[in-house]
Design a protein around this ligand. Structure first.
Ligand code: ADP
Length: 718
């Protein structure tokens, strides 16, 4: 099926042609035949890299041509920006919904395409965002994540709510290969398009003792033992042929160790890889050793969530351009990253799981990693290779991962903790005003579809409403349910009702609060991603407790599992305290053995929870509002209180603010008096001019070649 023959806008056709896309892949053509461009619901379950994004783009373009509005739901924030950039390139009016959860983002509705995570859509629904009812196409990227333990329930509720509100809307579900696609398709009232077709042939095999044994009919292949490490030999083998390798390992430390080993085996880099290393070095303190830059210099890199975002982007770009030959990565990044390589090595296929010890990774996850093998148009084929520990394991791995069918996905809506927040939001937004309406709504979920005779949904609805009544978040008057002021606030703040109640209960019992006490309290909340506890942490945490235990408000639990959570919350709270005390990022990374990415994630979530706690306390316990607001602002900027007037200026972060303060420029008045030459010495001329303009000082014109520089310095608005 030729692209030019399709009823699509010229901009999309031209963009396809410019990328060399002339003809649809067979599964894509099947989708068009099934009504993709005519508003039909489709569940598209096809392998990675077989062109799902283009399908979504075609469906969206034809909706927009008919005056429609499209909502594209992604699982991760990073993917939201990636898709936003991609769709924008085709000339559509695109918006991306990120940021705070308690906003309606009405202006976003002027776009034709809005990209958002499922959590963000949920919060837009809770805030009764008007334009949501105008959506005529909802694309669900990675819809199989309905089965994911952590995020699945929210995605399922968002789909159910959106369908309830917009029954005519077209739905396109994009899914990895799953075991029960028919069930999911019929719940979505969608035609199922399922295929194993791939643009590049994929060979999947298991390596042991110098040989890769493939599943299917492919001949075994021997691998030369250049070093004493099998994993590295597998990489060198592909590099020798002119390909690149992606190696999946189980931990950040393993990823770093592998990249280090790979870099020394590759020996010399290229001018391009050296150039990349220079860019990486610029992102950190030049006096510190920089393992990533050392590896990248020689053509290898590691990639995990502990890295800075800029570091990850440079590595991804370097790999795509072929400047890097090997990347070792943790599996968390396999999900979203579009980074194909000729050979993908799945080295660590066992994973430690709490309560179960070492267990094999899910087959779906294996397929997601294996699917990265083979770059269309560039590689003759892709290879995914597992590494067996002994000869007997070879066959077992082929059977378990390669030949096995994909796993079925199950609804995660059977959990009271996950559902309680959704039930509150259904009541607060008026989706359900009584128990019967709640039950009717719940019957539209995938859970009810999968378990038509189960009574557990009714039980969970009952338990949740009882809890919400006892938590003073809803009232139940003879079956008529309505949210209280507190209930409305908790719903729009996107807080788990249990953690909101817990924050209020703990504060209500306390006579006074300390910064570490507040931070520890929010870090014990299930909404907060906590840092991992390492065995080396326990001693320093216990010593902290010995000296400062009285400052904490949440008592140490007796249960050992809960104690671990409590201690991890304390470690996270200490990281936040250091951040607000202006400890340098390098020192924090060393002190807690964490990465810059971890600091960013923890601060980002804490900002939100502190803001939410501030709003809750403002309504319920005004006596503590001042303390909570203050630590909230300090965590937001990462500074002591004295720097707050400075960090509120644009382009002045914690480091520059401290430099200014220490030089005696402690507030806007002092800055205004400082004058250009002095501030230039501290900030450089460009920024000094911006800051002076922002604080309302007169700035002499900049003379370049005798001419005035026109608009460059008009940006500082404070
Ligand atoms: P998926 O989302 O299924 O993993 P993508 O949509 O990212 O896959 O597509 C992978 C690559 O294939 C992209 O670079 C895309 O431009 C390209 N592609 C998609 N459809 C076609 C086609 N019909 N012909 C050639 N290349 C295509």
């Amino acid at each position: 099926m030729e692209i030019t023959a399709l009823p699509l806008p010229n901009t999309l056709i031209e963009s396809c042609l410019s990328k060399g896309i002339r003809e649809l892949y067979p599964p894509q053509a099947a989708c068009v035949d099934a009504g993709l461009l005519e508003g039909k619901n489709l569940l598209i379950s096809i392998p990675t890299a077989s062109g799902k994004t283009l399908l979504a783009e075609m469906a969206m373009a034809s909706q927009i041509a008919r005056g429609g509005k499209c909502l594209y739901i992604v699982p991760l924030r990073a993917l939201a920006s990636e898709k936003f950039e991609e769709f924008k390139a085709h000339g559509s009016k695109v918006g991306v919904a990120t940021g705070d959860f308690d906003r309606t983002d009405n202006q976003l509705g002027s776009n034709d395409i809005i990209v958002a995570t499922s959590e963000k859509v949920d919060s837009l629904l809770r805030n009764r965002t008007r334009w949501l009812s105008e959506v005529t196409l909802m694309v669900l990227d990675e819809v199989h994540l309905i089965g994911s333990e952590h995020r699945g329930a929210t995605l399922e509720m968002v789909i159910t709510k959106m369908r309830y509100a917009n029954p005519q809307m077209q739905i396109i579900g994009l899914s990895a290969t799953i075991g029960n696609p028919k069930a999911l398709a019929s719940w979505l009232e969608a035609t199922l398009i399922s295929s194993t077709w791939r643009p590049v042939d994929l060979r999947q095999g298991v390596y042991f003792d110098g040989t890769i044994t493939f599943g299917g009919k492919t001949e075994p292949r021997s691998v030369r033992a250049v070093t004493k490490h099998d994993d590295l030999n597998l990489c060198l083998d592909t590099i020798e042929e002119g390909g690149q390798c992606l190696v999946f390992v189980s931990s950040r430390r393993n990823a770093e160790a592998f990249a280090k080993r790979a870099a020394s085996a590759i020996k010399a880099g290229t001018p391009d890889s050296k150039e990349l290393a220079i860019r990486i070095r610029q992102l950190r303190d030049a006096d510190q050793p920089n393992l990533l830059a050392e590896c990248v210099e020689r053509g290898a890199a590691f990639h995990h969530a502990g890295l800075k975002r800029e570091e990850r982007l440079i590595i991804e770009e370097g790999f795509r351009k072929g400047y890097l030959e090997i990347i070792s990565a943790t599996p968390t990044l396999a999900a979203g990253l579009n980074l194909p390589a000729r050979r993908v090595i799945i080295r660590d296929y066992m994973r430690f799981t709490s309560g179960m010890g070492m267990v094999p990774i899910p087959v779906m996850e294996y397929h997601q990693m294996a699917g990265r093998a083979g770059r269309p148009h560039l590689d003759p084929y892709g290879e995914a290779v597992l590494i067996a520990k002994d000869r007997q394991t070879v066959e077992k791995l082929i059977e378990f991962f390669i030949d096995a069918g994909a796993e079925e996905i199950d609804s995660q809506c059977a959990d009271e903790n996950a559902l309680c927040a959704h039930i509150l939001s259904l009541i607060a937004t008026g989706f359900a005003r009584d128990t019967a309406a709640l039950t009717d709504f719940m019957e539209r979920t995938f859970y009810a579809f999968q378990h038509p005779h189960s009574r557990s949904m009714g039980r969970i609805v009952g338990e949740s409403t009882r809890f919400l009544v006892s938590a003073a978040m809803i009232t139940d008057e003879e079956g008529q349910l309505s949210a209280t002021k507190l209930g409305h606030l908790v719903s729009v703040l996107y807080l788990d009702p249990h953690s909101a109640r817990n924050i209020l209960d703990v504060l209500q019992k306390s006579d006074q609060v300390t910064d570490i006490g507040i931070l520890h309290l929010i870090c014990t909340s299930p909404d907060m991603p906590r840092l991992y506890l390492k065995s080396a942490d326990t001693a320093s945490l216990k010593s902290f407790l010995y000296k400062n235990g009285d400052d904490l408000m949440v008592p140490l639990p007796y249960d050992s599992e809960e104690e671990e959570i409590w201690l991890a919350a304390l470690k996270t709270a200490l990281v936040l305290t250091d951040w607000a005390e202006e400890v340098s990022e390098d020192k924090m990374e060393e002190r807690y053995s964490i990465g810059a990415g971890d600091i960013y994630n923890v601060v980002d979530s804490a900002k939100w929870l502190l803001y939410a706690a501030d709003r809750l306390v403002g309504m319920e316990i005004p006596a503590f509002k001042k303390e909570i607001s203050q630590i909230g602002i300090r965590v937001q900027y990462g500074v002591k209180e004295e720097l707050l007037p400075l960090v509120q200026l644009r382009n002045i972060g914690r480091v520059r603010a401290r430099r200014l303060y220490n030089a005696g420029y402690t507030n806007r008045d002092r800055l205004r008096e400082a004058g250009l030459p002095v501030l230039t010495r501290i900030l450089g001329q460009h920024l000094a001019r911006q800051i002076l303009t922002a604080v309302g000082a007169k700035v002499p014109d900049l003379q370049i070649s005798g001419k005035k520089e026109p608009s460059l310095y008009r940006t500082g608005s404070g």
